[in-house]
Design a protein around this ligand. Structure first.
Ligand code: GLA
Length: 386
């Protein structure tokens, strides 16, 4: 939908004009998976698709939420803004209102809100973070709270913890808030220091393959991984004081890994320590223009997420394996939380059509689901459009 179409949809929904239009993007992570909540680095880019939020003030002392993607309409009084709803898409924007209130901001103005997003839901491309961040950005602008983009990302993350009940790291919300066109964000998730690295891929495309697997990012399995990493840290603490797994180099880990007596926690920790190293190596490779090396690290990341972190599953594995067979594929791996969703691949321009045909057919034959492919355009972070 264009912004003009969105504005007329707002007019039909509320019988008046939208006063402001905001946008926040989804993201694709190039490498550094399940490292963010372990104090490690990530390397995501914001996408050109995302979530739009249109609003107008009302004098009814109500916050009205409508979405063009969801049938459910919710209308809340100011004193209902800190209570999570049972099973509702509104929890994503509502959780952000609650975070503002928690930070001492008074909500005394009613708003009519209309949402529309074009990030495929449940594809692991951060549709939820885009919705949280666009809400945080819009409120910041409307209320003049002056929070910087990092704080907006933290508000989104907290909202996800408390209203979506997923104990996620900061990566998705940070990328949505701080993305920059044609750049990837090398973010240290412990200090929140980041560097924008130009992604100038001459003759190479970033291709996203959507498995359309019915499994969504399962909050239970995700939170379990977070807990398993915590167990690993606790057991390592018997031999070395440590806050995050990402503090260990691979060499240091090898010396003390036997302290992790829980075999599952041990595998999870081995993934995290290896992935932190791969992310650092990959960023260096990209800066040096060594794309082949970058691609090999992506492949190794997938293998580790499959064997040690166990978040891939048959759909993502089939998609990556079929991609690895195509000539002109530099690297391919799952991206995001896992358990379904998307892979990200670096593909030479001349191989893109073959990739889509060959991987598409082979995946459908193996899994019985028709996949979808998008050539990623790296876009900017949250903004006010009108
Ligand atoms: C989800 C979470 C992120 C991150 C990724 C895995 O997208 O929201 O914080 O942990 O999974 O890298």
């Amino acid at each position: 939908m264009t912004v003009t179409e969105l504005k007329s949809a707002f007019q039909s929904a509320y019988g008046k004009e939208a006063e402001a239009v905001y946008f926040s993007p989804g993201r694709v992570n190039l490498i550094g998976e399940h490292t963010d909540y372990n104090g490690g680095a990530v390397f995501p880019c914001a996408l050109s698709f995302g979530t739009y939020l249109l609003l107008s003030k009302n004098d009814k002392k109500l916050i009205n939420f409508k979405s063009l993607n969801q049938p459910e309409i919710v209308s809340l009084a100011f004193d209902q803004l800190t209570t999570r709803l049972e099973k509702s898409w509104v929890n994503y924007p509502l959780g952000v209102f609650a975070q503002y209130i928690k930070r001492g901001v008074k909500i005394e103005q009613g708003y009519d809100i209309l949402i529309w997003g074009n990030v495929p839901n449940g594809a692991g491309l951060s549709s939820s973070a885009a919705l949280e961040v666009v809400t945080a950005f819009a409120l910041n602008d409307q209320l003049g709270t002056g929070f910087d983009r990092t704080v907006l990302a933290q508000i989104g993350q907290k909202s996800e913890h408390e209203f979506a009940l997923v104990n996620c790291g900061i990566m998705d919300q940070f990328a949505s808030a701080n993305g920059k066109k044609d750049h990837a964000i090398h973010l240290n998730c412990d200090t929140l220091e980041f560097e924008l690295v130009p992604v100038k891929l001459k003759g190479v495309k970033i291709l996203i393959s959507n498995t359309h697997s019915p499994h969504k990012l399962d909050s239970g399995a995700y939170n379990q991984r977070v807990a398993e990493c915590k167990t690993a840290v606790e057991q390592l603490n018997k031999v070395r004081p440590l806050k995050y797994l990402a503090e260990l180099t691979e060499e240091e880990f090898k010396k003390i890994e036997s302290a992790i007596t829980d075999p599952i926690a041990h595998k999870r920790a081995r993934h995290v320590v290896g992935e932190v190293q791969r992310t650092s190596d990959a960023v260096k490779a990209l800066k040096a223009g060594e794309l082949e090396k970058f691609g090999k690290l992506m492949n190794a990341s997938h293998v580790s997420l499959r064997d040690d972190y166990e978040v891939t599953g048959p759909e993502l594995d089939a998609m990556a394996e079929e991609a690895w067979k195509v000539e002109g594929v530099i690297g391919s791996r799952m991206t995001g939380g896992g358990f379904g969703g998307c892979t990200v691949s670096l593909v030479k321009d001349e191989a893109v059509d073959t990739f889509i045909k060959q991987v598409g057919e082979a995946y459908e034959k193996r899994i019985g689901i028709k996949p979808e492919f998008y050539v990623a355009e790296i876009g900017d972070g949250a903004c006010k459009i009108a």
